[in-house]
Design a protein around this ligand. Structure first.
Ligand SMILES: NC(=O)c1ccc[n+]([C@@H]2O[C@H](COP(=O)([O-])OP(=O)(O)OC[C@H]3O[C@@H](n4cnc5c(N)ncnc54)[C@H](OP(=O)(O)O)[C@@H]3O)[C@@H](O)[C@H]2O)c1
Length: 111
């Protein structure tokens, strides 16, 4: 069965994502800087990792097919270079700013 890594899993958005994935019988791995305080439902595999430390993510990604990336850290730290390097680490693809992606795909979302 496929496994999905959810970042920001202990936050407002991530908890909803985890809950809905569990309801869909997905295997969920959750990233948290403090797994002991995660308070996620049974069945969720909680792993320790910090998005500001890309090397932390290596083990977290083992056996993972998909990543739900709720990104929070860089906004707090104001380090865009860190965002791009970590996204590339996670996805294997170069990161793009959302505004660039949105400009290229705007037509697809127009009613
Ligand atoms: N909430 C909303 O209504 C809403 C609406 C639109 C957009 N957004 C955006 O969605 C994103 C998530 O929002 P949220 O409200 O769910 O956030 P939140 O409740 O403040 O939760 C923050 C999450 O980010 C994780 N996190 C923070 N720093 C981290 C780091 N350095 N490494 C790894 N994980 C880190 C925390 O995990 P640990 O503390 O367990 O490590 C926690 O799970 C944000 O970018 C926000 O701007 C939110």
């Amino acid at each position: 069965m496929k496994r999905i890594l959810v970042t920001g899993a202990t936050g407002t958005v991530g908890r909803q994502v985890v809950s809905q994935l569990l309801a869909a019988d997905a295997r969920v791995r959750a990233l948290s800087r403090n797994p002991d305080a995660a308070g996620l439902p049974p069945g969720v595999e909680v792993v320790r990792g910090d998005l500001t430390v890309p090397a932390d993510l290596d083990g977290c990604l083992d056996g993972v097919d998909t990543v739900f990336l709720a990104w929070t850290a860089p906004a707090a730290l104001g380090q865009p270079a860190l965002v791009t390097s970590t996204v590339e680490e996670i996805t294997g693809k170069p990161a793009r700013m959302f505004r660039d992606w949105a400009a290229d795909h705007a037509e697809e979302f127009r009613a």
